[in-house]
Write a protein that binds this ligand. Structure first.
Ligand SMILES: [Zn+2]
Length: 318
């Protein structure tokens, strides 16, 4: 069964919010676009696996998507982890189009796509590294050792794989071969390594220790906070800003109305600036002038309220 659902990564949401709030002429916009395109394609690639994984025996396989664990001073993230009482499989999912060539000697991978050559870190080394980290993590949390296998899964069926080393084909597979690969691994591990009670505890410990990846996106792209566009977008035509009047947002362009258009603005604020907003910050960001109106809008938003009176802030409920 799916123990941890696949979620749209926070950074994809941050990049989308950033594009909404970056002036059209601002330098670096193209870079944000290309990062978002790449990450959205990666996410869609991972989603494609869900169909195949849905054929696994629910009672036998526990599935975790996007688990991120600490190995002391560093973190490691696993695209998909399959856990059984006999073994675990770690899947490293790659969404690569074109032709990929493995250079095992240099632990490097060259991708040729649209006549362009690009080098990537060898995903096999990456998956090996993660399985070592996971092994250590399981040990240091006091669980019995279980064999950890891995596979690099190419989500695009048209990717051409080239390698001088035959071994690669046992580790790198197309998504449609995934179930086959899993059943081969299943065949070779018949010994139960971890009992029911222990695997339940391992499940709880994995979920409890997941640390979401937080990125200071403005800092990452070296964007000054002051250059961001403020105001509330029209939910119908994306015009910025719409005007608040008599309890509703009115769009000067499409004449559309909305009572909740500021929800998106608050979400943008949380994604781009900080996880909590005060009445004053809300007014500055949404161009609302009245403290009372701001209070009413924020209070109706089902946010977690902290602090008293002037120091009151609102943040997203966990
Ligand atoms: Zn509009």
């Amino acid at each position: 069964m799916i123990e941890k659902e696949r979620m749209m990564p926070e950074i994809n949401l941050q990049l989308t919010a950033l594009l909404r709030r970056m002036p059209k002429m601002l330098e670096g916009r193209e870079k944000v676009w290309s990062e978002l395109r790449k990450r959205n394609a990666g996410f869609r690639g991972e989603q494609k696996l869900d169909y195949d994984l849905s054929f696994l025996n629910e009672k036998e396989y526990r599935i975790y998507h996007g688990l991120r664990l600490s190995s002391g001073n560093q973190f490691f993230q696993i695209d998909t982890l399959l856990l059984t009482k006999r073994f675990a499989i770690l899947l490293e999912v790659k969404n690569w189009n074109g032709t990929i060539m493995f250079e095992p000697e240099f632990h490097q991978l060259i991708r040729i796509h649209n006549d362009k050559e690009e080098a990537f870190q060898d995903p096999i080394s990456q998956a090996e590294h993660q399985s070592r980290q996971l092994k250590k993590w399981i040990q240091s949390n006091g669980f019995p050792q279980i064999p950890i296998e891995y596979a690099v899964v190419l989500s695009s069926p048209s990717t051409i794989i080239k390698s001088p080393n035959k071994q690669i084909s046992t580790k790198v597979i197309h998504a449609h071969r995934l179930l086959n690969k899993i059943s081969l691994i299943d065949e070779t591990h018949k010994l139960v390594c971890i009992q029911d009670k222990e695997i339940k505890r391992l499940n709880r410990t994995l979920l409890k220790n997941h640390v979401p990846h937080e990125v200071d996106i403005l800092n990452f792209f070296k964007i000054n906070l002051d250059t961001l566009l403020t105001g509330v977008h029209c939910p119908h035509c994306a015009t910025l800003p719409v005007i608040f009047h008599w309890g509703k947002w009115h769009c000067p362009a499409c004449k559309g109305k909305s009572a909740t258009a500021h929800y998106q603005a608050v979400e943008d604020y949380f994604l781009l600036i900080k996880p909590a907003i005060s009445n004053e910050e809300f007014r500055n960001f949404t161009h609302i002038t009245s403290v009372h109106t701001a209070y009413k809008l924020l209070s109706a938003m089902n946010l977690e309220v902290g602090g008293e009176k002037k120091n009151r802030t609102y943040k997203k409920k966990k």
